[in-house]
Design a protein around this ligand. Structure first.
Ligand SMILES: [Zn+2]
Ligand SMILES: [Zn+2]
Length: 307
């Protein structure tokens, strides 16, 4: 969100963890009251979003999921969200209409990261996450993206100064994604999926066995535990209203990697109640793929268009 803040304190994070004694650590407000603390979202009298209590890695998975639900189930879109929705439309239209503009550039994903951070994550991810493309093709078959967080033991360390690292796999050489449109939709769904992994890592405390067991509800075995799934459902259901296009953010694939191919029998019953049956990737989009524009309306009745 605050790109200009990037690199201001070069020693904020090493391996994704806060550097003891750094300026960043000193800026984290002291805890008050109960731990873990609820995340407090509110609006000022002009309708602008405010985040009154958000502490870096001091909340529970339940609180993090509840904040997403509360933020996305509001009836009205805030001015910050409206501005980001307009930016989304402008960037998307420009990208798809210019034959010279490549999708597979870090700045493209960084822009969408900023936009999604405001629209879906109430600005909580700030500039904590590095986003770029993995241009070497598929790291493993079917893998579209990767989010490295300190809880992982991945071979590549998180770049210094970042709390998490998202890599989007380039699909430019993939026959399954022949058009710019299908590639962009895949990248946007993947980016939201990976941002949700980063979100839980940035929110959730790991100070005690109780906090770790709460982290496990979102982290699970593969990163796609029941609360990750629930938050993903809130986000996915909000994409048509907020973006004008329904994105597939890989919940079905996440459930498969968490519980295996028979995940329907193993997933918690409360989750299954909210989980639509598996669908083919991009099933929702196929009908629209030849259509140039989708009309969307913001909460003041103004229409805008996106591809
Ligand atoms: Zn804790
Ligand atoms: Zn994942």
């Amino acid at each position: 969100m605050h790109l200009l803040d990037r690199d201001r304190d070069p020693r904020r994070f090493v391996d994704g963890r806060v550097v003891p004694g750094s300026l960043f650590e000193k800026q984290i407000p002291a805890e008050i009251g109960d731990h873990p603390e609820p995340i407090q979202l509110s609006r000022d009298c002009q309708g602008f979003d405010r985040v009154d209590r958000f502490l870096f890695r001091r909340h529970s998975s339940e609180q993090a999921t509840e904040a997403i639900r509360e933020y996305l189930e509001r009836r009205d879109i805030s001015p910050q969200q409206q501005a980001s929705i307009r930016r989304f439309h402008l960037i998307t239209t420009a990208l798809l209409h210019s034959p010279f503009q490549k999708l597979e550039e870090e700045s493209v994903m960084t822009n969408y990261y900023d936009i999604f951070n405001t629209i879906f994550f109430y600005g909580s991810l700030k500039d904590y996450v590095k986003v770029d493309f993995n241009l070497n093709g598929l790291l493993e078959p079917g893998l579209l993206g990767l989010c490295s967080v300190p809880e992982d033991e991945l071979p590549d360390p998180i770049p210094d100064n970042y709390a998490a690292w998202i890599q989007i796999v380039s699909l430019s050489e993939q026959e399954d994604y022949p058009s710019k449109y299908t590639r962009l939709m895949a990248y946007l769904g993947t980016l939201l999926h990976e941002m949700l992994h980063a979100y839980f890592s940035v929110c959730v405390c790991t100070c005690s066995p109780a906090c770790l067991s709460s982290l496990n509800l979102s982290y699970g075995r593969s990163g796609h535990g029941p609360l990750w799934q629930q938050a993903a459902l809130h986000i996915e259901l909000a994409t048509p209203r907020l973006l004008g296009v329904g994105l597939d953010i890989g919940r079905v694939e996440g459930a498969g990697s968490e519980w295996g191919p028979d995940w329907g029998e193993l997933a918690p019953p409360t989750l299954l109640a909210t989980m639509p049956p598996p669908k083919l990737p991009w099933e929702d989009l196929l009908d629209n793929s030849n259509q140039e524009y989708i009309q969307v309306e913001d909460n003041q009745g103004r229409e805008s268009m996106i591809l």
